[in-house]
Design a protein around this ligand. Structure first.
Ligand code: 5AD
Ligand code: SF4
Length: 445
């Protein structure tokens, strides 16, 4: 059993709309591997733009690549273990003369541990999250700080596009390494965000996702997140945003989700724990009751909408009573899905040196109890969708079995029998539902 689970996976996000070409033997080739969150997926897209500008062809297999770029995640130890596995494999390919150079970017690159990894695995270049632009020089382009910054659109420009509105995080959650590796919050000016959205939409993008570690903390020159969301919702046919923080989430944003036709009615609001005591230890800045009230406002604003969350089990000091309170909150909020994480100590965070480690077997049991509760709620809620006709946005085209992956306006992931291309809408009846996904029949038109 993995320590991370999502009881309702959304459609996978493709790294690029560009097909992986068969490289000409004279062309330099590069392979990009992305680990972690959507911020990393988006950063990889900018990296892709750099390597393309430098004349590299992108390939999908390490053995076909002159240069391999690992864009990494540091948020939990298993993310680091995965990267170490890849680095070991790359060392072997390098000894065989297949891969020439390896670069490591992203959150591991920004952590102290990267120096040891660089030595152990003989990595050619290590970059953090603030100096990714230096990769430009490494691949033979002039280093232009102002060119390869968050303002730079990636290559995607396809049907679904990410737009970063803020980077970093001003919170100091006990367990979290993000503020260390991503730095303090930096908000992008509204004009720059709107200009990018308008450019993307003019280029054919039909679905914009606003990104940030605490996206709802965005503020700039007297404007707050809800102002930005409303402005974006007027410039694009479809918009969603992630990740939010309960302390920043305003009721008017929750109401705007319900009222505005172009906003997908899905809220990802990480709660982490249902126990006030644990929330205090974690420095989350809210109590469970305040979280519940936010959810009430959301459910009232968008009764049909989907609510997802993040939960950590086994944080140091978590008692059976704390765990019971998490189960109670899960029951009360009836999440449509959740990412459940087993606590993973990160060197440099407060929680890594806190007493009261929870034994592995207890963590595992609590993990399964939360998972079962989430799945039970999600299954029940999904059953209510059966029989209804939904307008479905096609995110990914059909696979060999003729099923495309789409999303309803309520934010449910749907498998639908259609050959319609991504970026289009179809209307279809929901025929059945599992805890993770809805299944629709053939579109009616
Ligand atoms: N251990 C377990 N889960 C963590 N997360 C962040 N840091 C840790 C950690 N040290 C989880 C939180 C966060 C999500 C992105 O990852 O739930 O919301
Ligand atoms: Fe990490 Fe907390 Fe910031 Fe989220 S709000 S990125 S969990 S420190």
């Amino acid at each position: 059993m993995s320590s991370t689970t999502r009881s309702t996976p959304t459609a996978p996000i493709p790294l690029s709309s560009k097909p992986a070409g068969q490289a000409n033997p004279d062309t330099k080739t590069a392979c990009i591997r992305t680990f972690g969150c959507q911020m990393n997926v988006h950063d990889s897209d900018r990296i892709r733009r750099m390597i393309q500008d430098a004349g590299y062809a992108e390939v999908q297999r390490y053995e076909d690549a002159d240069l391999v770029i690992l864009n990494t995640c540091y948020v939990r130890e298993n993310a680091v273990d995965r990267v170490k596995g890849h680095l070991g494999e790359l060392n072997r390919l390098r000894r065989e003369g297949r891969v020439k150079r390896v670069a490591l970017t992203g959150c591991i690159g920004a952590a102290e541990e990267s120096a040891t990894l660089q030595q152990t695995y003989d990595i050619d270049l290590v970059l953090g999250t603030h100096n990714t632009y230096e990769l430009a020089e490494f691949v033979g382009l002039p280093t232009m700080l102002e060119t390869y910054t968050p303002e730079l659109p990636g290559t995607e420009g396809g049907h679904n596009a990410f737009v970063t509105i803020m980077t970093g995080c001003n919170y100091q959650c006990s367990y979290c390494i993000v503020p260390t590796v991503r730095g303090r919050m930096l908000c992008r000016p509204m004009g720059s965000v709107i200009a990018e959205v308008e450019r993307l939409v003019a280029g054919g993008t039909g679905y914009v996702t606003l990104l940030g570690q605490t996206v709802d903390a965005w503020r700039h020159e007297g404007k707050r997140f809800c102002d930005l969301l409303e402005a974006v919702s007027e410039s694009t046919p479809r918009v969603w945003f992630t990740t939010s923080h309960p302390s920043n989430m305003e009721d008017r944003t929750l109401r705007a989700i319900g009222e505005r036709d172009t906003i997908v009615k899905r809220l990802h609001l990480p709660v982490q724990s249902g126990s006030d005591r644990m929330l205090r230890v974690m420095h989350r800045g809210y109590k469970a009751e305040r979280y519940r009230r936010k959810i009430e406002v959301f459910r009232e604003a968008a009764p049909d909408g989907t609510l997802t969350t993040d939960i950590i089990v086994g944080h140091p000091g978590e008692t059976e009573e704390d765990h019971e309170q998490t189960l109670k909150l899960v029951e009360d909020c009836a999440f449509d899905s959740a990412y459940i994480f087993k606590f993973s100590p990160r060197r440099g965070t407060e929680a890594a040196s806190l007493p009261g480690a929870v034994p592995d077997a207890v963590v595992q049991r609590r993990f399964l109890e939360v998972l079962r509760q989430i799945e039970r709620n999600a299954f029940e809620r999904n059953q209510r969708k059966v029989g209804g006709v939904e307008e479905i946005y096609i995110r990914h085209g059909s696979t060999e079995d003729g099923k495309a992956i789409g999303e309803t306006w309520s934010g449910h992931a749907v498998h639908v029998k259609t050959g319609v291309a991504p970026g289009n809408y179809v209307k279809a009846r929901i025929e059945s539902a599992g805890p993770h996904v809805l299944y629709a029949g053939e579109p009616s038109g």
